[in-house]
Design a binder for this molecule. Structure first.
Ligand code: GTP
Length: 556
């Protein structure tokens, strides 16, 4: 396939507007997969994607298409729609010259439609608007086309109206791809320049790197060098994804495919790296801006003997999801672990689920927090923590874009759900970082008989301190077993106590009760007590089972 007959494009859209369904139809009409009724979101291969019905990982597929006597090679990348995974979208776009911007004919333009449009626009890609779900009773494609024209300045006649579900007009989409998206600008005669835009770790074959060739060609036996590590490798296999790996003799400039080259360590296949031929160095491609984590949480193995297994699982999974940041951390109660940064709560949940499902790991995850910058000064400025309105733009008489400045900790936990239920599902939401702002934050300690419990100290907004303090004290009261003396459980800001619960002392000795009774029952109780002791942590004279921390720290 000469470069002129190659088209590389992504499908981008708001959540559920039908990207993966359109991808199914494109795979079918190009004969890449057989046409059956069972093809549902074929490119959503991960178990978590199937269970949740959402795409979390961009996925490539090469399609062969003949049109008016000419043969084309189309490389399609299906991308996630949820805001937490937009890093996947921006990386995918680096391997493309154009996008299909899918918009639901009923819902119209939504938050991630706008966000994804700008990702493609800034990357200077050709944009083809596709109005999907025209089969729906309430579909109003005309209104959506007007929105697109008004907001994105794309003429109405550039839009294609389709039903991905029923296959209506999907062929037209392919024709637009050929017409409107330019072939990649590169040359097979140039030296090899391959961008690693994604990678996965295979238990048997090591690292499988997804690459886009910006110059030259590559085949088995070639020696390649990583611009990042300067390490040299011999290529074992190259191929295309259809959507499963299919080995080919060579990959040429302009193509998107995969490469296996004996990289056994996850650190060797950095996403954003450039590969070139040994002794033919090239200027490396710019790579990717690293993702900026928004939500942080501690992660610990349930059992410390699992530490090393969890470490290697984390390395392998973060290779495939490079937007997660990992730093070593430790806690007196939970042992050695890590502090992980995620792009949002859904991202955090999906990551944990993948650890469980793909690596069989069970972990303790502590309550999520957002990053703060502390200024050590006695006068902290008191500011209104409510959102500040910045902008308002009507897309048409029924839709409006509102821009607000929010404290991140106000939106991170349940804002999205609250917004959805308040607007009966009509409102959608996207955010970007606006930097640090001064705020009335305080450090709240939790005390057991006057001794601070460091795992439970939190930074919190002044207004929320009382409610959270009370909540934590109540939870701890339920989680700590009664002991031989009374325990005061308190929440404190500095020296000021803001909440208190009292855990009464034991009245009776468990063993005394059945002394003289059944000896096996007595031994069983003593054994259980001894086992329990091992998992206790002493704070002052109070014994706290490890389990209690887990119950208090864990999100419900
Ligand atoms: P994410 O990847 O999670 O963002 O979703 P997506 O954009 O890939 O959407 P997906 O293809 O999973 O479709 C979402 C839902 O819309 C599914 O229930 C589809 O069956 C449905 N759907 C997709 N296309 C059409 C269509 O043309 N008509 C109708 N009626 N439903 C459609």
């Amino acid at each position: 396939y000469p470069v002129e007959s190659i088209r590389n494009f992504s499908i981008i859209a708001h959540v559920d507007h039908g990207k993966s369904t359109l991808a199914d139809r494109l795979l079918e009409i190009t004969g890449t997969i057989a046409k059956t009724h069972h093809n549902k979101q074929v490119l959503d291969k991960l178990q978590v994607e199937r269970e949740r019905g959402i795409t979390v990982k961009a996925q490539s597929a090469s399609l062969f298409y003949s049109h008016e006597g000419a043969n084309y090679l189309l490389n399609l990348i299906d991308t996630p729609g949820h805001v937490d995974f937009s890093y996947e979208v921006s990386r995918s776009l680096s391997a493309c010259q154009g996008v299909l911007l899918v918009v639901d004919a009923n819902e119209g333009i939504q938050a991630q439609t706008v966000a994804n449009f700008y990702l493609a626009f800034e990357a200077q890609l050709a944009i083809i608007p596709v109005i999907n779900k025209i089969d729906l009773k309430n579909a109003d494609p005309e209104r959506v086309e007007k929105q697109i024209e008004k907001l994105f300045d794309i003429p109405i006649d550039e839009c294609v109206r389709i039903s991905a579900k029923q296959g209506t007009n999907v062929e037209k989409v392919l024709q637009k791809v050929i017409e409107k998206i330019p072939p990649p600008q590169c040359n097979t005669a140039d030296p090899l320049k391959a961008l690693v835009f994604d990678s996965t770790f295979d238990h048997y074959r090591g690292v499988i790197a997804n690459i886009a060739l910006f110059g030259g060609e590559i085949q088995k036996g070639h020696k390649v060098v990583s611009a990042h590590t300067k390490k040299r490798y011999e290529v074992n296999e190259v191929g295309i994804l259809t959507p499963n790996e299919q080995p080919t003799h060579k990959l040429y400039a302009g193509q998107v495919g995969y490469l296996i080259a004996g990289m056994k360590e996850v650190t060797e296949a950095q996403i954003g790296d450039t590969l070139f031929l040994y002794k033919q160095p090239v200027e490396p491609l710019p790579g990717f801006k690293s993702a900026k984590p928004m939500v942080f949480a501690g992660m610990y193995p349930v059992d410390q003997t699992e530490y090393n297994n969890l470490k290697s699982a984390l390395e392998r999974l973060t290779l495939n999801d490079s937007s997660v940041t990992v730093h070593r951390d430790s806690s007196l109660a939970l042992g050695a672990g890590w502090r992980l940064g995620f792009l949002g709560l859904l991202h955090m949940e999906v990551f944990n689920q993948r650890l469980e499902q793909e690596y069989n790991m069970s972990v303790i995850v502590t309550a999520p927090t957002v990053p703060y910058k502390a200024v050590l000064s006695s006068a902290k400025l008191i500011k209104d923590r409510r959102a500040v309105q910045k902008d308002m733009l009507y897309i048409d008489e029924r839709r409006v874009i509102l821009k607000y400045l929010f404290p991140l900790n106000e939106i991170v936990v349940d804002f999205y759900d609250a917004l959805k239920s308040l607007s009966s599902g009509y409102a959608s939401f996207d955010y970007e970082d606006a930097g640090y702002q001064a705020a009335d934050l305080i450090k709240m300690d939790i005390l057991l008989n006057g001794n601070p419990v460091e795992e439970l100290a939190t930074i919190i907004h002044n207004d929320k301190a009382y409610a959270t303090g009370k909540f934590l004290c109540e939870r701890l009261k339920d989680a700590i077993p009664r002991q031989l003396f009374e325990i005061a459980i308190q929440a404190a800001i500095g020296k000021k106590i803001i909440a208190r619960e009292t855990l009464k002392a034991y009245r009776k000795n468990v063993v005394a009760k059945c002394y003289g009774g059944d000896i096996t029952r007595r031994m069983k109780l003593l054994k259980r007590q001894a086992e329990g002791k091992k998992l206790m942590r002493k704070i002052g004279n109070v014994e706290v089972p490890r389990d209690a921390f887990i119950r208090v720290l864990k999100r419900q």
